[in-house]
Design a protein around this ligand. Sequence first.
Ligand SMILES: [Mg+2]
Length: 228
Amino acid sequence: MTDASPSLVDLLRPVKHVLLDFDGPVCSVFAGLAAPEVARRLRLGLLAASEQAPPGDETETDPLALLRLIADARPDLAVAADAALAALETEAVRIGRPNPGGESVLRACARSNRAVSVVSNNAGAAIEAYLSDHGLSGYVTGIFGRSPGDPSSMKPNPRLLLAAMDAAGSRPDECIFIGDAARDVEAGYAAGVATIGYANKPGKDTRLSSAGAVVVVDSMQLIADALA
Ligand SMILES: [Mg+2]
């Protein structure tokens, strides 16, 4: 899609509650403090705190995937690993790269009286810090980050989406989810919510479409324009 087509406008017209993924649509969390460095620091921190090396593939450079590996292998380390990662994510968002189109979507939702919940595999504390730093807290009704110490809550599990809808008392057919990963689309499907795919990198459009995204856009501004 290259412009706000009628289909996007039609899709968004009945929507009262926008569920918004964070990393990608709102900001690039690891644009300043890179993901592999965060994974390295997470390993080092756990190693410093215990006598054994933390479990998990030494080659895993995705901090969230590493958290899952650690929690699967050593459930006793899950809470500490999650807290350590949350602190690193909070540091990362302070030097992350905002997505101007994401902010436009937040403002367009406010202007059109739509509620927004952020639904993310990132830590709620990091999301709160970002929104607060950027003066955006007032645009968001709810923040649903991963359940601390329980990486199984992360998408593609629909749990966080279901919690966001439950908290607002909204039905799936009044909601839309916007995410940039196939796991977002899968979580949306499992929660009964249509998902707009945001393809912010080459090749993502095909993955998002194959996963079942109702529409794929390459710019958050298109969604903001259609909401207005
Ligand atoms: Mg994302």
